[in-house]
Design a protein around this ligand. Structure first.
Ligand SMILES: NC(=O)c1ccc[n+]([C@@H]2O[C@H](COP(=O)([O-])OP(=O)(O)OC[C@H]3O[C@@H](n4cnc5c(N)ncnc54)[C@H](OP(=O)(O)O)[C@@H]3O)[C@@H](O)[C@H]2O)c1
Length: 285
């Protein structure tokens, strides 16, 4: 029986990246639907849950993508409300690669450092990737600071993640030398999650920092998030600190994304969000 993946994208045009990974992850047929909302998803979900016998439903799955994580979360909630009893299929949320990118970065960090009880700073953490990285670091026992250029935005992200995952994150501002120094004060781990091509730290912010042990930056377009690193860095020692760059993380992100697609077709009752995607990441080499 063919493995059918239905990609619900919250954007007006569906993602090419997610198309390629869907096939590489094991889907036999991908159907992309753009502009999917909680209001218009009902018949689409019904088409997925009513069409195959119970033992065959695992061969139908849903993937929720798009650039807007809040819209993706609302769509996931709406989809789950339509499921009942055994009338359900597995579904994965990965708006803007939020879960797979964050999970790859945090898995690489936690393979090399025990983060429990340590202080982690997610810089520019208000985007999809940063919010999920903060959640995963907190789930691993780190004390997490989530920064923004505006305190209101970081407070809002921390509140959203509290509501969704019951994690306590500390909102902070990082917008100039003084606030960056305050955000990094006593910190051990920094996760850079800024918009593509935005430098978040100059070399002098981190290279001689007395407590920082690990820095991970997911940005893959120059200028990189941290001055003085290389996007290929993968547990590279620089100034006595372990460095992970965007491609170093991206290689695991791609393997993880494929593994998650494969996982969807193993049963019809899975919901792959931050926690589940991070668990799959921890199981990869
Ligand atoms: N390596 C990989 O495999 C991979 C995969 C997917 C994504 N990515 C990368 O992951 C990163 C995060 O993606 P995302 O979608 O979560 O990011 P995003 O939403 O585009 O941006 C994240 C945050 O960056 C901050 N920001 C925007 N403009 C800024 C500026 N001029 N100066 C300082 N901060 C600024 C904003 O925070 P505030 O407005 O709150 O300050 C924003 O919420 C991107 O660099 C993306 O390319 C990497």
């Amino acid at each position: 029986m063919k493995k059918l993946l239905f990609h619900f994208d919250t954007d007006p045009i569906a993602s090419v990246f997610d198309t390629v990974v869907a096939y590489d992850g094991g889907a036999d047929q991908l159907t992309q639907l753009a502009g999917v909302t909680p209001e218009n998803c009902h018949p689409l979900v019904e088409g997925a849950i009513y069409t195959r016998a119970p033992k065959d439903k695992k061969n139908t799955a849903l993937f929720i993508g798009g650039s807007d994580l809040a819209a993706g979360q609302e769509l996931l909630a709406a989809v789950q409300k339509i499921f009942f009893q055994k009338f359900r299929v597995s579904v994965m949320l990965d708006s803007n690669g939020c879960n797979t990118t964050a999970a790859a970065g945090v898995a690489l960090i936690t393979r090399n450092v025990d983060v429990a009880g340590k202080t982690a700073v997610v810089l520019a953490g208000t985007g999809p990737v940063g919010q999920r990285a903060a959640v995963m670091l907190a789930m691993m026992g780190a004390n997490v600071r989530l920064t923004s250029r505006q305190l209101d935005r970081s407070k809002q992200s921390c509140q959203l993640m509290k509501e969704k995952f019951d994690v306590d994150l500390e909102p902070m501002v990082a917008s100039d030398d003084d606030s960056i120094a305050a955000a990094l004060d006593g910190a051990h781990i920094v996760f850079g999650a800024g918009k593509t091509g935005i430098q978040l730290l100059r070399a002098d912010h981190w290279q001689q920092h007395p407590t920082l042990e690990v820095l991970a930056d997911v940005n893959t377009a120059p200028p990189l998030g941290f001055e003085g690193i290389d996007m290929m860095d993968n547990n590279t020692d620089r100034f006595g600190k372990k460095i992970f760059g965007g491609i170093g993380i991206g290689a695991l992100k791609l393997r993880l994304h494929r593994a998650c697609i494969g996982q969807l077709f193993k049963s019809n009752d899975q919901v792959l969000d931050a926690k589940q995607v991070f668990e799959i990441a921890q199981g990869l080499d």
